[in-house]
Design a protein around this ligand. Structure first.
Ligand code: GCB
Length: 602
């Protein structure tokens, strides 16, 4: 009897371990191209500013919080919430734009989605979230699945054991409360859109499956890569690249490398060629489109496929056209990227956090080189080790998801951060981590400058030593100096490295006209662009520009009534899609420049 009891206790312990909450598991590579059920659509929601669904009156976590999705068992039973009769929100989407009462809301919203499944015993099931801002706790059928922090990266959980045949109830607690120790911190110049902002998928794989893979150009101009199976499993993976070849890789202890001894056609800005790739393992066929390029720095040049390039770019927030909040559809990505093409860009800076996989994939297919960054922005807490872990985790998640995206040329670790020891150390560590994870791309950060004694803008931030490419944000004519003064601004650098002017710009209300010296007019913005372009022409180590910004975007810091109305107005295009004069000024500048630069490297 005692033995049976012990076995029972052991069983309970093992079960508890198996379903215990944890951080998200290793990212499932290329989730949306695997067999899946979409959980997008209408979800039931409960807005919970007091965290009543989570804590009791003594602020202790409840055992029977909203995640239990309880129903009264009799008419006299007391259950003070009911998802069935509650409001609804669409997923993917931010909540701010879907309900007036949630416009400025920061706090917790509980999301519930019921779904049916026919469970197959030989399959594994993974719950995949494209992004949830900012903190999420996930429950399936009343059990805790896991948690995730960070608003712009993808994560997933293995839910095979918790999934039930037939009906399942998925509940996600989403909390976008700003946090001084968070990444980003409480202070940003963008809207803190809350919610399940990207798609949710229930992905099915075999028991032994391809967790992750990397396929890219080797130093010898061949195709090389590795493939990783879940849980250090062994197995065979067939890798087929149309036009290159096919091979079966025997994976012994989780991970195996491979090489195709053939030189692929290169992806380039003018011909963004992608190969059709299929990875097959235990009956699963994963389709991908992968391109091959080389990118390096030589002196003050950025070398793409061995040739020096000038990056004609624009900064973009993940903000949907027509004032509708976060980008959630392919069509919205297409509108933004078509505008960038029309502007004459060959490069985009996806600010200030990782954008969706859809955006990155579409951009590389259209021939844009991409700068992708994590929200280490302004004054995050550089002294707090857990802030560091959070930033590093977001970096790892960004690189893990996008390492096969040939369009990505630059990983940025930070934007406009103060030059202090703790920050130098923090960012240095992030740079080292980036290099370990991906030695094939360039590392950069957007920095500020200071005036030197002779009045030049001096690039001397100690971080310049560690990055490959120096990004500089400079707002001559807006935050300092008159528009006319910019053309005579001179630049000097302590580093023999390429520089990208990662931001430059001025605000204007589309359709507001007046004299050049009148703030907020299109004429003022145009004057700033004209004189800054003259300034840029004189910086001999300049290898790229991404002015701020393609389209006006929502920011709670921008409250000037009738002009800003909660929008940062530095867009070249209004949020309603109307182009300002400065769009055409930049377009003229870009049209006058070739993609290729004379190679000035010594
Ligand atoms: C900056 C920031 C960007 C802001 C911009 C502005 O330097 O990097 O996030 O939105 O200035 O408009 O002030």
């Amino acid at each position: 009897m005692r033995q049976i009891k012990n076995i029972f206790i052991l069983f309970l312990t093992l079960r508890a371990l198996a379903v215990s909450a944890g951080d998200a598991q290793d990212l499932l590579q290329n989730a949306s191209n695997r067999v899946h059920q979409s959980l997008d659509g209408t979800w039931q929601i409960i807005v919970d500013p007091m965290e009543t669904g989570y804590y009791n009156h003594g602020w202790k976590p409840k055992k029977n919080g909203y995640f239990m999705d309880e129903k009264p068992k009799s008419v006299s039973d007391r259950v003070e919430y009911d998802f069935d009769t509650s409001d609804e929100l669409y997923v993917p989407g931010d909540w701010n734009m879907q309900a007036d009462r949630l416009y400025y809301y920061e706090g917790t919203v509980w999301y519930r989605r019921k779904f049916l499944i026919t469970k197959e015993s030989e399959k594994k099931y993974h719950l995949y979230f494209g992004a949830v801002n900012y903190r999420s706790i996930v429950y399936l059928n009343g059990e805790l699945v896991g948690e995730h922090i960070g608003g712009f990266t993808s994560f997933n959980f293995d839910v095979t054991d918790l999934l039930q045949e037939g009906q399942n109830t998925l509940i996600v607690k989403v909390d976008n409360t700003r946090d001084k120790d968070g990444v980003p911190t409480i202070n940003t110049d963008w809207w803190n859109y809350g919610g399940i902002t990207r798609s949710v998928l229930l992905v099915e794989t075999p028991q032994v499956f391809v967790q992750d893979y990397s396929i890219q150009l080797s130093k010898n101009n061949t195709v090389e890569g590795w493939v990783k199976l879940n849980n250090n499993n062994a197995g065979k993976v067939e890798i087929a690249i149309e036009g290159i070849g096919k091979q079966v890789v025997q994976v012994k202890a989780g991970k195996a490398s491979f090489e195709f001894d053939k030189s692929p056609k290169h992806w380039s800005l003018d011909d963004p060629y992608l190969y059709q790739v299929t990875l097959s393992c235990n009956g699963e066929n994963i389709k991908d489109e992968i391109g091959f390029k080389s990118i390096a720095v030589q002196g003050q040049d950025i070398m793409l496929n061995g040739e020096s390039v000038f990056l004609k770019g624009i900064s973009i927030h993940e903000e949907a056209p027509f004032g509708t909040g976060r980008v959630t559809t392919r069509e919205q990505c297409k509108i933004l990227l078509d505008w960038a093409k029309e502007l004459g860009c060959n490069y985009i800076r996806l600010a200030h956090y990782p954008h969706s996989e859809t955006m990155v994939r579409m951009a590389e297919k259209m021939g844009f080189l991409i700068w992708s960054e994590i929200p280490v922005y302004w004054t995050i807490n550089y002294d707090n080790p857990s802030t560091y872990s959070n930033a590093e985790n977001q970096l790892v998640e960004m690189i893990t998801r996008d390492k096969n995206r040939v369009g990505i040329g630059l990983w940025s670790v930070a934007n406009e951060t103060p030059v202090i020891d703790s920050r130098n150390e923090f960012l240095n560590k992030l740079i080292k981590k980036t290099r370990d994870l991906d030695p094939t791309r360039l590392i950069c950060a957007a920095l500020n400058t200071q005036k030197s004694k002779n009045g030049k803008n001096l690039i001397d931030d100690p971080l310049g030593e560690y990055v490959d490419v120096i990004g500089i944000n400079s707002y001559c004519g807006w935050y300092g100096g008159t528009p006319e003064s910019c053309s005579s601004w001179e630049w000097a650098t302590k580093f023999k490295k390429p520089m990208i002017m990662s931001e430059v710009g001025a605000g204007a209300l589309q359709g507001y006209h007046g004299e050049e010296n009148v703030r907020w007019t299109e004429e003022y913005q145009s004057a700033v662009f004209h004189s800054n372009i003259e300034m840029l022409k004189n910086i001999d180590f300049l290898r790229g520009v991404s002015p701020w910004i393609l389209m006006d975007f929502r920011s709670p810091r921008r409250s000037l009534k009738n002009i800003q109305n909660d929008f940062n107005r530095k867009g070249l295009i209004s949020e309603q899609g109307l182009k300002k004069e400065s769009f055409f000024i930049l377009q003229n500048y870009y049209n006058s420049l070739p993609n290729q630069m004379k190679n000035t490297a010594k």
